[in-house]
Design a protein around this ligand. Structure first.
Ligand SMILES: Nc1ncnc2c1ncn2[C@@H]1O[C@H](COP(=O)(O)OP(=O)(O)O)[C@@H](O)[C@H]1O
Ligand SMILES: [Mg+2]
Length: 257
């Protein structure tokens, strides 16, 4: 039997997906390595949706096809509720650079909208639909907001692991860089609801709240990112009309944690 040839390509300089988010590309030494599936994790109101949308808007402005899959709220409602960006332009949507899909529409097409639990086959069908969309539209950046909400209908840890693994592998295989939003409760100091997502993800960006002198600050920390060196420091995140702004969390001067 002929021996299989093993080729290992040095991958030290993976192409980067520049997020366009102030500070984040510096934290990541040039951006997210292309094809990575990154978990954006945090409790409610920490800015996950806003940050994810900005990632897509910058991609669209850079002529990349971008897809936002909304699970719980309709995309239109979501768009009305996020910070209105000065650089956001409706023409990105009109030109098809920035696409929105509501997950319930996919469930409806698959006739599983009212099911409390999805089978393995139905789970595969959901991934196939997403893949078809990504391939057909040459999607290079994708956001799933949130993966936690899809997991509610998968129930078992095994199925959840399979879903996330398959989805990430599929997106990566098409060169798509993705942000999967993970909702956690503020009390629990963990990265994901099921504990399986973070082990599989190529990266974890942790968003949180920090109470300081009566103020509730938003924070961001890159915990893990395969394929690049990165800062692990905690940053203060500001949601503004010119986009997300990140500044290092100052040590000292009464601002110590
Ligand atoms: N139009 C707006 N102007 C300013 N701030 C806004 C606006 N819309 C939302 N925000 C801020 O963004 C926060 C919600 O961020 P979001 O990205 O939806 O968080 P998450 O997805 O983590 O729940 C709100 O708590 C609010 O402070
Ligand atoms: Mg949100």
């Amino acid at each position: 039997m002929a021996e299989k040839e093993l080729t290992i390509t040095p991958d030290r300089k993976r192409a980067r997906c520049i997020t366009g988010i102030d500070g984040l590309d510096t934290i990541l030494n040039g951006g997210i390595p292309r094809g990575n599936a990154v978990l954006i994790t945090g409790s409610c109101g920490t800015g996950k949706t806003t940050l994810s949308l900005e990632f897509l808007v910058h991609g669209a402005l850079d002529d990349e096809n971008c897809l936002f899959i909304s699970v719980t709220e309709s995309s239109i409602k979501m768009l009305n509720n996020v910070v209105p960006y000065e650089f956001f332009d409706d023409s990105l949507i009109d030109e098809g650079k920035l696409m929105f899909v509501d997950m319930p529409d996919i469930y409806d097409e698959l006739d599983i909208l009212n099911k409390s639990e999805f089978s393995y086959d139905e789970m595969d069908e959901i991934i196939d639909r997403i893949e078809e969309y990504v391939v057909k539209n040459e999607v290079k950046r994708l956001v799933l907001d949130s993966v936690t909400n899809v997991c509610f209908q998968l129930k078992s840890e095994e199925k959840i692991r399979d879903f996330i693994l398959q989805l990430m592998k599929t997106l990566s295989s098409h060169g798509c860089t993705s942000l999967l939003v993970s909702e956690i409760s503020p009390e629990e100091p963990r990265y994901s609801l099921y504990g399986v997502e973070e082990a599989i993800a190529d990266g974890i960006i942790m968003m949180g709240n920090l109470e300081r002198q009566g103020d509730l600050l938003r924070t961001l920390q890159v915990v893990k990112m395969r394929g690049t060196d990165h800062s692990r420091a905690k940053y203060v995140l500001d949601l503004t009309s010119v986009g997300v702004l990140l500044v290092p969390l100052l040590k000292g001067g009464g601002l110590e944690e």
